[in-house]
Design a protein around this ligand. Structure first.
Ligand SMILES: C=Cc1c2[nH]c(c1C)Cc1[nH]c(c(CCC(=O)O)c1C)Cc1[nH]c(c(C)c1CCC(=O)O)Cc1[nH]c(c(C)c1C=C)C2
Length: 533
């Protein structure tokens, strides 16, 4: 990464995307560069939040609790972790560990263990109520015709996850297994989320091979190195570079399925924050929400990277006097609120099963508290609680799309009420009647953006609109969970690529004399669209 003229960058938002963008700018720019990170609240990290409570200092994760080392985005985060010297604190869980292998679905009134091996799969295909009808569905799948492209509009070729799975397998699987999975990642509604943007592997398997099973078989043959999901040239180069630079670490994490740190995921936030605070280039301004970014040059700032939710960006880019929005689609997708309740019990064996946890599909009857799932935290990382070896820790997650669908305003519901809902849920599902020794309630407001059907097409139009907007072209770029992937890994990778693109475009402009490329942060749309047929 290289840039010539020192510039002043503003990064809006102090969640993981904003922190990562500021950190990559700090490392890639010349000495006199100024980087101002603006965060509306008084804390950094967004929904990554780790808290220790009580005398035993029990660790509670109120946001993401583990990261995955796999894929290019996993590699980007690992690379960052090495640079931040966080490897000493690294806690990896191998694939063979129950917290990796054993996941459950609560349906209709019992825990169904999901298959984790081929032989496991065979037996559960016949026995699990949640997988009823999967055998005829899978036998039929290779013969289901590929969906026609309508009006030849490749950008808006899309459907809901529910419609895709019902069409190719059957609606029982979509309603039960897949709706549960969607609760465990997006806290979202399987009938509204875009298959193309949330499960691109399914979407591109059909587009490329005409069938999910055919795609799986072709991919499992060792001769085939083609990726099903299109990979840009930039990503291929980055992948090769990161593998080359981190060979040793990659070898050591080969068997790791998920990981965190001794003091939880927030260690990553703190490590980035510490380096930013120590840098002369960086100023962090907290507790101040930015009101507007109109005007040619805002207080001498050359470029703004917005990582705040797109609906918040809309409020500050739109000119209140004009009727049409300055930039399209920024507030199209809603985000969902998740009630996260951490519970600790002073008994080691309170759970009926061991594993990662369980998910609750939309079809589970009797779900008055809008439960999405429960994580069995103490199964995964007991090392995080050295002073409380004999405890059981759970995290109950409730709400998500249910709050939006039922117009529930959680602002009026007290923490005591939310805690009592979570206790009610674990009593009904897990038969836990004991009182917890510690409990923590956090309403994570609008924490997960929902990529509704047509998201790809809208992002392409947004990309074009930023590029052609006289006010914002070359001065504003966007990244963060609102646009393209909401996992921690996605946020880190997308921030890295945006900063690399920005700095390379400055370099080309000033050194080589070519016309500066306008970077929006949504460059991925240019590559991906051409692969749809
Ligand atoms: C019950 C609700 C939720 C659980 N986790 C989340 C919710 C809403 C949030 C969440 N889960 C994942 C992500 C993205 C990746 C990340 O940042 O780590 C987010 C925001 C990952 C994830 N969780 C599950 C799956 C299958 C995935 C995708 C990839 C992976 O395998 O890691 C399953 C799962 N989530 C929860 C439970 C109890 C569960 C399975 C039993 C909790």
């Amino acid at each position: 990464m290289q840039s010539i003229q020192p510039k002043h960058y503003a990064v809006l938002g102090g969640g993981i995307s904003g922190l990562a963008a500021a950190w990559y700018l700090m490392r890639g720019t010349p000495p006199k560069t100024k980087i101002t990170l603006l965060e509306a609240t008084n804390r950094l990290g967004g929904w990554i939040q780790t808290t220790r409570v009580g005398e035993e200092q029990v660790l509670f994760e109120q946001g993401p609790r583990t990261l995955r080392p796999s894929g290019l985005s996993g590699l980007a985060t690992l690379d960052m972790i090495i640079q931040l010297k966080l490897t000493q604190s690294f806690l990896g869980i191998p694939f063979s560990h129950p917290a990796s292998k054993k996941r459950y679905i609560y349906y209709p009134n019992q825990l169904n263990e999901l298959p984790s091996s081929f032989f496991g799969t065979l037996t559960s295909l016949f026995t699990l109520p949640v997988l009823k009808g999967i055998i005829p569905g899978l036998l039929r799948e290779p013969f289901v015709p590929k969906r026609e492209l309508h009006n030849n509009d490749k950008d808006f070729d899309d459907e809901s996850i529910h419609s895709f799975v019902s069409r190719r397998i059957n609606s029982h699987i979509a309603d039960n297994m897949i709706s549960a999975l969607v609760h465990g990642i997006y806290a979202g509604d399987v009938t509204k989320l875009s298959v193309r943007s949330t499960f691109p592997l399914l979407y591109y398997s059909e587009r490329k091979y005409g069938s999910l099973l055919k795609a799986m078989l072709i991919k499992s043959s060792k001769k085939n190195n083609d990726s099903i999901i299109p990979i840009s040239h930039q990503d291929q180069i980055l992948q090769r570079t990161l593998v080359e630079q981190n060979k040793e670490l990659l070898e050591s994490v080969q068997r790791v399925s998920i990981y965190s740190f001794r003091d939880g995921v927030e260690e990553l936030v703190k490590a980035i924050e510490n380096e930013l605070v120590a840098s002369e280039k960086v100023e962090i301004i907290r507790g101040q929400a930015i009101q507007t970014i109109q005007g040619k040059r805002i207080n001498g700032i050359d470029h703004i990277i917005s990582t705040i939710p797109s609906s918040e960006l809309k409020k500050i880019v739109d000119n209140h006097h004009s009727k049409s929005p300055s930039l399209p689609h920024l507030d199209y997708n809603p985000a969902v609120t998740v009630a996260v309740v951490n519970l600790a019990y002073n008994r080691p064996e309170i759970l009926p099963v061991i594993g990662f946890g369980y998910l609750i599909p939309r079809t589970t009857p009797n779900n008055p508290n809008h439960g999405l799932g429960v994580v069995f935290d103490s199964c995964a990382m007991p090392e995080q609680d050295p002073k409380a070896a004999a405890i059981t820790k759970l995290t109950v997650m409730m709400g998500g799309h249910y709050y939006n669908d039922n117009n529930i305003d959680m602002g009026n519901i007290s923490d005591e009420e939310i805690l009592s809902q979570a206790q009610d849920l674990v009593q009904n599902h897990l038969n836990i009647t004991a009182a917890p020794i510690h409990a923590l309630v956090r309403l994570q407001k609008n924490c997960i953006p929902q990529y509704y059907v047509g998201h790809y097409g809208r992002m392409k139009q947004l990309h074009e609109a930023i590029k052609s907007n006289g006010r914002y072209a070359g001065k504003l770029s966007v990244t963060g969970a609102s646009y393209w992937g909401m996992s921690v890994n996605d946020c880190v990778l997308n921030a890295r690529k945006l900063v690399e693109n920005l700095l390379n475009s400055d370099f080309e402009d000033e050194k080589i004399g070519v016309t500066k490329k306008i970077i929006t942060g949504l460059e991925r749309v240019e590559e991906e669209g051409i692969h749809v047929n």
